[in-house]
Design a protein around this ligand. Structure first.
Ligand SMILES: O=C(O)C(=O)C[C@]1(C(=O)O)C=C[C@@H](O)C=C1
Length: 294
């Protein structure tokens, strides 16, 4: 039987696709493209694929809450790795329709009636929309690639999309304007999740992600949780509260710890948190891979 791993991800031509090509460069893995993020998770949860690739956080738009909630509430798939990748959005359309002379650089704002993209990609380009396309209608779809494909299949309507150059080339559309996100250095953090272990011999940094639910009516409980890490001088790289979905005003804390679970201090810190009545759920302990320009 082949040991070739299968990776589920958003469609070809998405930022996720670019990020997965980067992550698995030079490796023999099979990409299984899925229409939307729920399908990505399901494919791994059902055992059709070994791993799912989930965009989890973005420099401009912050956490992708929908994806965090899926990871926490809908599936039980451990995190195996994380990495960051630049999220570069481009304005894409048909220059023969959106400019008077067919030159992509001469696109005209009043010819663009509607711009489509993924909601997170759209959120990264809102200043561009306000200043350059103030009259365009906005529509969000399941992925940036789906937005580019929708433009392609609706010629003559004055539609454009924010998406990748890969999607523009696939759909034989024009890049009207490159790099339209509101800030440079726009990165997205991706998680690899699934039941199959993932090895990376080059990793030097590890993280552990946990979910902590505080005991009810315990003043200072969060302070005690944080101090269990603080006095051991363990660094946290993220802490975020999300609704438990069970009761209004009830939250859990999603905490990223900058240490592997098998590091001496970690089990003691977690035991201390449990001792004050908190519930701790481990989401994974995994390598954190830096972005290196290729
Ligand atoms: O639609 C895409 O291109 C995706 O890969 C999805 C997604 C996201 O969900 O955050 C991934 C990275 C970008 O920051 C924008 C959108």
């Amino acid at each position: 039987m082949s040991s070739r791993k299968k990776v589920a991800l958003l469609p070809r031509g998405t930022v996720s696709d670019e990020a997965v090509r980067y992550m698995f460069r030079g490796q023999d893995v099979e990409f299984v493209y899925c229409k939307m993020i729920a399908d990505v998770f399901q494919s791994t949860a059902n055992g059709h694929t070994d791993w799912s690739v989930i965009p989890i956080e973005n420099t401009i738009d912050g956490s992708v809450n929908l994806h965090i909630d899926w990871l926490v509430h809908e599936v039980d798939l451990p995190i195996r790795a994380e990495w960051v990748f630049p999220s570069i959005q481009n304005l894409i359309g048909d220059a023969s329709e959106l400019s008077s002379d067919g030159n992509p650089a001469h696109w005209e704002a009043d010819k663009i009636k509607k711009v489509m993209s993924h909601p997170v990609a759209m959120a990264q380009c809102l200043q561009f929309v306000r200043s350059r396309l103030p009259h365009a209608e906005l529509e969000t779809l399941n992925s940036t690639a789906e937005a580019v494909r929708t433009v392609k299949s609706n010629p003559g309507k004055g539609w454009a999309a924010f998406g990748t150059k890969l999607a523009a080339a696939d759909m034989e559309l024009d890049v009207l304007e490159e790099g339209v996100t509101d800030h440079d250095n726009n990165f997205t953090r991706f998680l690899l999740v699934g039941n199959a272990p993932y090895e990376n011999a080059t990793a030097t940094t590890y993280k552990t992600s946990i979910l902590v639910t505080l005991p009810e009516d315990y003043p200072g409980a969060l302070h005690q949780v944080l101090s269990a890490f603080a006095w051991r001088r363990i660094n946290l790289s993220k802490i975020e509260s999300r609704p438990t979905k069970k009761k209004l005003g009830s939250y859990y804390f999603y905490i990223d710890v900058e240490l592997a679970l098998d590091t001496v201090l970690m089990p003691a810190a977690i035991a201390e948190i449990e001792a004050i009545g908190c519930q701790v759920r481990l989401l994974g302990s995994y390598p954190s891979l830096p972005y290196e320009q290729t």
